[in-house]
Every structure is written in C-alpha cells, then in structure tokens.
Design a protein. Structure first.
Lengths: 376, 369
C-alpha cells in the first residue's frame, strides 16, 4: 500500500498517468452529468470519434505534434460534428440516433483516411497520432497533465458560473425560454464544455472508450441522489476515483492497458450503484417488493379471518386454518401468514390449527375492509 | 484494372450492400446507435472465439462473435428495464465494458498470435485478395468474398422472407403485437442479423466503419423516398457507389480503403442532404422562397378585394401607396405587384391596382381559410 503511494508521488510516469486520469475523471464526471440527464449520453461517443480528423488535420496544417495544438484540432472537429449532427436533425426528418451514428462514423472514417495519408508522407516519421485512437496513458507528459488541469479548471469554473442556467437547460429548457434566458446560447456553452471534457481524455483513454468516461460516472452518481449538486459532486468523485484507481491497477499488473482498466473500474462502480444505492438500488427494490408482497398476503388472510368472524356472534371466535386455506389462492402461504399476524398481535391460535382475531386484529381488519372498498 | 483491384472492389461492394440492408431497418426503428454498440462489443466475442478456434477466418468465429452482439443487445435492454438508466445511457454503458475486456484480453494473452486491435477496429480491405478460398487445388477467389457473400445472401433471404413482419414491426410495433407477430422476436432476429453482418465485415472494413455503411446509405435513401422497398434498393445502390468511389479515392491518395468508403458514403449523404427533391436543403429553401412570394400575392389580392370600388381605393389600392397599407417595403410591394400581374391576378388602370376574375377567385379562396 505504502509502495503504491510512494510510486504515485515519485514515479514520474505513474504520477502523470494517475493525475491525468484523475483530472479527466473529475471533468468528464461533472459534464457527463448534464449529458446523461439530457439524454445525450451517446453524444460523447460521437464527439470523441469525430475528434480524430481534427487531430490529423491539426497535424497536417501545423506540422506540430504539440498536445495543445492537436487537442485544439480535436475540439474544433468535435464541435463542428456536433453542430452538423444537430442541424441534420433540425432540417430533415432524420432522427437523433441516425444523425449521431452518421456523423460519428463518417468523421471517424475521414480521420482514418487522414491518418493513413500522414503515415505515408515522406516528411513524417511515425506521427504518433495513433495514441489518440486507443489512448496511451503512458505517453502523458507533465506538461500534458498541466494542460489538462488548466482546461479542466476553466471548464469547472464555467460550470459553476452557469450553474443555474445549466440546471434550467437540463430539466426544463422551455421554462428557461419563458424566463428570457438565451437557452440556445446556454446549450452552445454546455456543448462546448462537453467537447472540452472529451478532448481532455483522448490521450488517456482514446476515442473509442472516452464515451464511457462521460456516461458511467454520471450514471453511477444518479443512483445515489435526486439533487443535481450532489450528483455532479459524486460523479466527479467517482470519475476521479476510477481514473486514479485504474491507473494504479494497470501499473501494478503487467500488460494491462490503462484506458480499458479505467473503464472497467468506473463500470464496476456503476454496477455497484445500480445494485446497492439506497432507495433506487435493485437490492433495496427487491427487498421492498418482498416486504410488500408478504404484507399483502398477510392482510389478505386477516381479511379472510374477518369475513369468517362476521358469521359469528363472538367476533373473536376461532376458525380452522383449513377453512382459511380454501379461501386463499396460495394455500401453502397461509400458515406462514398466520404466524406473521400472530407476531404482530393481530391473530391468536388458542388451539393448534384454530385461529381467531385479537381485538387489535379486529380493528385493523375493519380499517382495511373500509379502505379496500368494504369487502365484508 | 488488375484482378486484385477487381476483387477488392467486389468484396467492398458486397460488404456495403450487406451492411446497408439491415441498416435500413435500424434507422427506421431509431436504433442506429445499436450498430455502434454491437460493432464495438463484438471485439470481445471475436477475441474469445479466436482463443477457441485460433483462426480468424473460421465461420465458427463469425457465429461465436455474432452471439456477443446479441448479448450486447440483451444487456442493454436488461439495464434499461431496471429503469435506473435511460436507454441511451444503457447503450453507452454496456459496449465500452465489453470492448475494454476485449482490449485487455488481446493485450494480455494474444501478444504472440496474429490478432491486434487495429486490425479488428480499422480493417484492411487491401489484404482481402491474399486469403484465397482454395478447393481441391482450384483457386475460387478471396475468402472474404464468400464469407460476406454468404452473409449478404442471408440478409436478403431474411428480409425477403419476413418483409411484411419487419415492415409492420418497424412502423407500427403496437399493431404488429396486436395481430400476433412478436415484435421482440423480430427485434432479436434483426439484431442477430446486424451482429452477424458486423462480425463478417470487421476484417474487411473494421468494426467502426461498419457503422458508416449501416447508417449513411439508408440515411441518404430515407431522404429520397417514402417507400420501404425503394429505400432498400437506393441504400444498396448508395452502398455500392460508396464502395467503388471509396476504393478509387483510396487508390488515388494511397490511404485506408475502409475510411475512404466511409468518407465517400458521407459525401453522398451530404449531396443528397443538399439536393434531395422535396426534402433537400436547396429544395426546402426554394419552396420557402416560393411560398413567401405566393403568400405576398395572396395578401395583395385580399387587400385589393377589401377596398376595390370603395372611395378609399384611390389611396389603398394605388400602385404608389399600396405598400404603406400592407406595411411592406416599397420595392417589395412593386415586385409582388409585377409578379401578380404576370400571373394574371391583377391589372393596372391609371396607377390603380385592380383584381382580375382569377385574382378575385384567389382572394375569396384565401378568405375561406
């Protein structure tokens, strides 16, 4: 454990990778929250794939392999792709999914064309642009991480600045329009920030897996809360945790690529959240369902007892469990239900196999019969 | 044109048609991004199947990997059914996981065998002629031609046999269910078809560009026709055009053929997007312009009908002052009047604009609505 900590602080490569992945997790977690809430989860996929020709073009035009210039190209391409995608939806009957897939694949294809073209240029030595395809976290330099952090800080600052506007856009954009907010412009700012968040991650996890970094932290965070602020915070936390965790794990195990490891970490968090998150989680849901079903069955037996009791002068008179079984669809469960009722003090069994209502049971049954529409 | 060139184009065209046919139903059912998810996720299946059969061209590998595609679809639906995540997020969550596992498996265990992610993701069509299908010493052509040809035949057969069911389930799933076709069954059959096609196509065009061939040709066809049968034919045609055009462009610049095919498909879509009769950007712009002038003529006619023959007509209907009453620019009003005169809606008498019989009819008709 201390070894790992020691390595994170003193190993140049691991420190860069862990820091870079952490920064990336925070930014993509924050902006991914809005993408997920606005049902634009797949926009991230399109933007990241569409960034490829931007990287290649930036290299072709400037001849520079500096990360800042390549990322600028990536951002421009991602941004243009988003605009084209939205325009196709707006001006034709083509639906969102088709437009996303179309822009994604055509841009990516064009990017490949450019990449192979660059490879065959006589001037270019191995251009090293492939690292953006699958991500090569190990190639992160200290200045790359600094650049990521600066871009990330700007994105976070703008998110905080436009907090109210982004919230409005995510939950009720039409209401925003009636309040005279320039929702189109707000949308543009948020989309631009999403593009920045994605571009930041390209070098670490690559274009193919970047979409997971947008969707997964937010999808996990969404399970734990119904408040936007907490969700964004949790999402950033999950993203950072998975980023650093994935980076460390991949450094410990030989031949374990960083990007996919980070994605598996964050996906593991999603799975945990989906099962365990209080209130929404599947396990809690199943427990609640089980409890409800048990209650419902017990109440049905209680009402049956009540129906029998009404045939008698003495309301508390005992009846045979066998009779109750003929009244119930689920015969096997009747004994269990009676025991539950006994535990709750609603029924008693003076003689084995004979069951009657208690005073409390009578009152409860009367109340139930009323709410259930007066079953006698 | 050498035999190898011809063979590459043939394989490319077969791949393009095989992809575009199921693609038509994908985009009609608003599930285009499912092709993206499937094509990424099958990497996992390809790797697993590759460990078992150790032969990248084995038909067993194709089937095994296609099952992963179906697995992806069921996982996405299972996740969506929990109602804890939306449909789009479910897609975005599932395929990166399978893809990541695939990449990790390759990195850890396949280092010494011939299988790398580049090949799976990007494909290399130029190598298609090197893998020959040889039976009893006779060279029958490239293997990928037969694999994709078989998948294409399956796709055609599937669509021909279940045309009615597919059509109904795509346009009105509720009705399909009501009269006894199971939309779920059709859905999964289609998804199996998509997976099979994606797996078959991956070593020709790479798994990501499968998406381009599945989405772009049908999207272009969608703007050109309202009939399903024609949409299928046009998609296939656009697919072939992208394949041949893409091949020669790639040849010219010495670049990746699959990427070039995708770019060509995008270019064709762009062309259709601009020029499609009735739906293209240019047609829409022209229609809007036309409607603007027609509407203005109608307004003028209605205005004239109101004031014609009344004392104020000298002011209201005079060619020099009519624009003030309609709140128009003078130049605009003059052009409208000229157009209306040419159309035989109005005539001038001592500077006064008067309706013809036709113009009166038009104005009265306009008043009805």
């Amino acid at each position: 454990m201390l070894d790992i900590l020691h390595n994170i602080i003193f190993d140049y490569t691991l420190r860069n990778v862990a820091l870079g992945a952490g920064v990336l997790g925070i930014i993509s977690g924050t902006l991914g929250s809005y993408a997920v809430l606005r049902r634009q989860s797949l926009l991230g996929d399109t933007i990241s794939h569409a960034a490829l020709p931007g990287i290649a073009l930036a290299f072709l035009i400037t001849g520079s392999k500096s990360t800042a210039i390549l990322l600028l190209g990536a951002a421009l391409a991602g941004w243009v792709a988003t605009l084209i995608m939205l325009n196709i939806i707006r001006t034709t009957r083509i639906k969102e999914d088709t437009s996303l897939g179309l822009v994604l694949s055509v841009f990516f294809g064009f990017g490949l064309v450019l990449l192979t073209y660059i490879q065959k240029l006589p001037t270019a030595t191995q251009a090293g642009l492939e690292k953006f395809l699958f991500g090569q976290a190990a190639t992160l330099l200290a200045e790359d991480v600094t650049l990521m952090a600066i871009l990330g800080l700007i994105a976070l600052f703008l998110t905080a600045l436009f907090w109210k506007e982004f919230k409005l856009l995510s939950f009720d954009a039409d209401f925003g329009v009636t309040l005279n907010f320039p929702m189109q412009a707000v949308n543009l700012v948020l989309t631009t920030l999403l593009v920045i968040a994605i571009v930041i991650g390209l070098q670490t996890v690559g274009v193919v897996l970047m979409s997971a970094m947008v969707v997964a932290p937010a999808a996990a965070a969404r399970q734990w809360t119904n408040r936007l602020g907490i969700m964004v915070l949790l999402s950033a936390l999950f993203g950072a945790g998975a980023g650093i965790g994935g980076a460390v794990i991949s450094s410990l195990v030989p031949k374990l690529p960083t990007g996919p490891t980070i994605v598996l970490c964050i996906s593991g968090l999603v799975l945990l959240s989906i099962f365990l998150a209080p209130a929404r989680g599947l396990l809690w849901n199943w427990a609640r369902q089980y409890r409800n079903r048990r209650n419902f069955r017990a109440e049905a037996v209680l009402l049956d007892l009540y129906a029998l009791a009404q045939q008698h002068q003495n309301r508390l008179h005992g009846h045979s469990a066998a009779v109750l079984k003929t009244m119930n669809l689920n015969r096997a469960a009747v004994n269990k239900c009676l025991e539950i009722l006994q535990e709750r003090g609603l029924a008693v069994s003076p003689v084995s196999g004979i069951w009657g209502l208690t005073e409390a049971g009578l009152r409860k049954a009367e109340q139930l019969a009323k709410t259930h529409g007066g079953k006698p | 044109m050498s035999t190898a060139q011809l063979e590459i184009q043939l394989v490319a065209a077969v791949v393009a048609v095989a992809c575009s046919l199921p693609g038509v139903f994908l985009i009609l059912r608003r599930m285009a991004m499912m092709s993206d998810a499937i094509s990424h996720a099958i990497l996992f299946g390809i790797v697993l199947a590759f460990f078992v059969v150790e032969d990248i061209t084995s038909p067993f590998l194709v089937v095994g990997a296609a099952l992963t595609g179906v697995l992806t679809v069921s996982l996405v639906e299972a996740l969506h059914r929990t109602r804890l995540v939306k449909a789009d997020a479910a897609i975005g969550l599932v395929f990166p996981v399978l893809f990541s596992i695939g990449v990790i498996l390759i990195a850890r265990y396949a280092g010494n065998v011939h299988l790398d992610i580049d090949a799976v993701l990007l494909g290399e069509l130029a190598f298609a002629p090197f893998n020959r299908f040889v039976v009893a010493g006779y060279d029958l052509g490239p293997i990928s031609f037969y694999v994709m040809g078989g998948i294409l035949l399956l796709n055609i057969l599937f669509i021909a046999l279940f045309y009615k069911e597919l059509k109904l389930a795509s346009f009105d799933a509720g009705l399909a269910a009501a009269i006894g076709f199971s939309p779920t069954l059709i859905h999964y059959a289609l998804m199996t078809q998509v997976s099979l096609t994606a797996v078959g196509a991956f070593d020709a065009v790479g798994s990501i560009l499968v998406v381009a061939l599945m989405v772009a040709p049908p999207a272009a066809a969608y703007l050109l026709t309202d009939r399903l049968s024609r949409m299928l034919l046009i998609s296939a045609g656009v697919g072939i055009a992208s394949a041949i055009g893409g091949y020669w462009t790639a040849n010219l610049f010495d670049v990746n053929i699959a990427g070039s095919m995708a770019s060509m498909a995008g270019l064709i879509f762009l062309l259709v997007y601009l020029t499609a009769p009735g739906r293209g950007l240019i047609a829409v712009a022209r229609r809007n312009l036309h409607q603007r002038w027609e509407f203005a003529q109608r307004m003028l006619a209605v205005h004239l009908l109101h004031h014609q023959g009344l004392p104020e007509a000298q002011q209201e209907c005079h060619v020099h002052s009519v624009h003030e009453h309609l709140n128009w620019e003078q130049e605009f009003a003059r052009r409208v009047a000229r157009l209306a005169e040419k159309e035989g809606l109005i005539y001038q008498e001592r500077g006064l604009l008067l309706l013809t019989g036709k113009g009166r009819d038009l104005a009265e008709e306009a008043m009805l609505y």
